[in-house]
Design a protein around this ligand. Structure first.
Ligand SMILES: [Zn+2]
Length: 174
């Protein structure tokens, strides 16, 4: 199996969520316990997704699953995702960009987003290996609603971690 690689940019935003939420001590604890104190994570370099999974598990084990979702939301909002144009973007436009953006940041898995009027179905195959990943993605999709000032909901209706063919999320907005 090919190594699952993720851009340091994403890992650094999760670490920055940890620092903002639990302070410098919290971040040092996380880095220590995740075994990444020797690594200087560079935004532009790709790393093993296993590092990301350790960080996600650190958050859920020490602070609960809801914080993982918050971390995903924070990360999406601080990725410079579409920072320069997000103010002018609709939910539709942002979702259209999301597949391309995913491929810039992750070298594994596949995302397919179908948009019908005010509803989107996001299919993510081989993207999430652990439940924490799915929570992170819920946060990312909720962040998109917030960033585009759309009122709406996000629900996960299928999950590959639980044996489905892919993780499927439904986003609906007004
Ligand atoms: Zn899932």
């Amino acid at each position: 199996m090919d190594e699952r690689l993720i851009r340091g940019h994403v890992i650094n935003r999760y670490l920055s969520f940890i620092k903002n939420t639990w302070g410098k001590d919290g971040m040092e604890q996380a880095i220590e316990e995740c075994g990444i104190s020797e690594i200087k994570v560079d935004d532009s370099i790709f790393y093993s997704n296993e590092i990301m999974e350790r960080i996600l598990k650190w958050i859920s084990t020490n602070h609960g699953m809801d914080r993982v979702k918050q971390a995903g939301k924070y990360t999406a909002k601080n990725l410079g995702l579409f920072a320069y144009m997000v103010r002018f973007m609709s939910m539709e436009a942002m979702l259209h960009k999301a597949e391309e953006r995913y491929r810039e940041l992750y070298k594994f898995g596949d995302i397919d987003i179908e948009i019908h009027d005010k509803k989107a179905i996001a299919r993510m195959r081989d993207v999430s290996g652990i439940e924490e990943n799915c929570q992170g993605w819920l946060g990312v999709l909720e962040a998109m609603l917030e960033m585009t000032k759309s009122k709406g909901t996000v629900a996960q209706i299928e999950c590959q971690v639980n044996g489905d063919a892919s993780c499927i999320y439904v986003v609906e907005w007004q």
